[in-house]
Design a protein around this ligand. Structure first.
Ligand code: DOR
Length: 445
């Protein structure tokens, strides 16, 4: 069995930063702390670096099957790996959509052959697939995704009877996209009357409005309370919605909330420079909303930070307002965004680790990952807080080949990623080789 020793690291884990060596045997962490090491152990010196559990991104869109002109599991997972993300949960709005167990099995087959990070998949809900939702278990999927607002992929679930059934029957966590579509359609109509097809991108947060978000997320929380559902409301964007969520640790919460890195980063002033590149659903809103989201990360009303990594081609994104698809590629830069925000004094390192690694693991019952713990899988990332990363288009690994951060310099650098015990990215180079990624295992909680 191979062994690897990471020495002189500052380990960021479970609320603390501790100087320690980490011994890895095979794919797992054997020991945290000093001691004898087996003969032949490889040593990597992490002096000056911080060692974190690899990030677990609970919301990505890798577009397979069917939309592979935008992205593939292979390309986006390589970008993730180089960004310090060692596991992700992929969304069902593919072609065909992942709305039955056969489609889930197909995705797992593609991932087993091509994916570069550990993976899990959501089953997508429809107005009519309640029987599949009753059948799906943790051996098949991480959760059930319900588009309670229409977005990329026409997967809107708007039949109130279907929603009652889903919230009552799902055994897995129910993850919702909350935007009330009828209100959005009304808003679109008004803006179309005024501007025709040339609606300015600045109108996006007014069309996909605060009220549309609140109406849908409050409805979802109400349903979950009535049925005792394990509800995870994805990508919150408004201050107003935060009152729907309790403060405190994730353990014991039945209703949890996620925020995405771009909603913590951009505000409505960014449309002027980035235009439809940052068009996404729900929309990026005001600076006051962003400040409230940041505060809710700190006070634990928000439980998870993820990306909603949603690549589209530049050609698609360059279209006019209504035709430009929503979503942006992020997964190569999410940890860097958070490290920059750490440098700005917004988030402590243990808070970042809690929201982007520990809590997704706890929420989805991911077996033995998300923490730096003896006996757990060695999914780890070492970061250099005094380093800098300038985003250069030549280094982008997304199939779509662009990023909203081209030209941006982040304070921080991803120095090393270890996946299932194997160093797979180091100082700008990823190591090609046999596939090391694994299907994540889930348990119900
Ligand atoms: O902006 C978004 N893009 N929001 C979503 O809900 C879907 C995603 C996509 O798949 O493009």
């Amino acid at each position: 069995m191979s062994s690897l020793q990471l020495v002189n690291a500052h380990v960021v884990n479970e609320g603390r930063v501790v100087a320690a060596d980490v011994l890895i045997r095979g794919e797992r962490i054997e020991r945290i702390g000093g001691g004898a090491v087996p003969a032949g152990t490889t040593t990597i010196d992490l002096r000056g670096l911080h060692l974190l559990p690899g990030l677990i991104d609970d919301q990505v869109h890798c577009r397979e099957p069917g939309l592979t002109h935008k992205a593939t599991l292979a390309t986006e997972s390589l970008a993730a790996l180089c960004g310090g993300v060692t596991s992700f949960l992929d969304m069902p709005n593919t072609q065909p959509p992942t709305t039955d167990l056969t489609a889930l099995a197909d995705k797992r087959r593609i991932a087993a052959a091509t994916c570069n990070v550990n993976y899990g998949f959501y089953l997508g809900a429809t107005n009519t697939n309640l029987e599949e939702i009753k059948r799906v278990g943790p051996e098949d999927a991480c959760g059930v995704k319900v588009f309670m607002g229409a977005s990329t992929g026409n997967m809107l679930v708007d039949d109130p009877v279907a929603l009652e059934g889903i919230f009552a029957a799902a055994r897995l966590p129910v993850a919702t996209h909350c935007e009330y579509s009828p209100l959005i359609w009304e808003n679109e109509k008004r803006y179309r009357e005024r501007y025709g097809e040339n609606v300015p991108i600045e109108a996006h947060p007014l069309i996909r409005s605060e009220e549309a978000c609140y109406r849908s997320s409050s409805f979802a929380v109400g349903l979950a309370k009535r049925h005792g559902t394990r509800l995870h409301v994805l990508h919150l964007t408004t201050a107003r919605e935060l009152d729907l969520f309790d403060r405190g640790p994730i353990e014991g919460k039945r209703i949890t909330a996620e925020v995405c890195t771009h909603h913590l980063w951009f505000d409505e002033s960014s449309y002027a420079t980035l235009g439809t590149k940052i068009k996404c659903n729900p929309a990026i809103k005001t600076a006051a909303d962003r400040a409230a989201l940041r505060a809710a990360v700190v006070d634990d009303r928000i439980d998870v930070i993820a990306t909603d990594h949603a690549p589209h081609t530049l050609e698609e994104k360059a279209r006019r307002y209504f035709e430009a698809p929503s979503g942006l590629p992020l997964v190569q830069h999410s940890l860097l965004m958070l490290l920059e925000q750490h440098a700005q004094g917004l988030f402590a390192l243990p808070k970042i680790v809690q929201k982007a690694a520990h809590n997704p693991a706890l929420l989805f019952g991911i077996v033995e990952r998300g923490f730096v713990r003896e006996g757990y899988y060695a999914d780890l990332v070492a970061v250099d807080l005094s380093g800098k990363t300038r985003v250069d288009s030549k280094q982008l690994l997304y199939k779509c080949g662009w990023s909203p951060f081209e030209g941006t310099e982040f304070r921080g650098r991803v120095a090393l990623t270890v996946l299932n015990g194997v160093p797979v990215f180091r100082d700008g180079e990823h190591m090609a080789g046999p596939r090391r990624a694994q299907a994540l295992q889930f348990t119900l909680r």
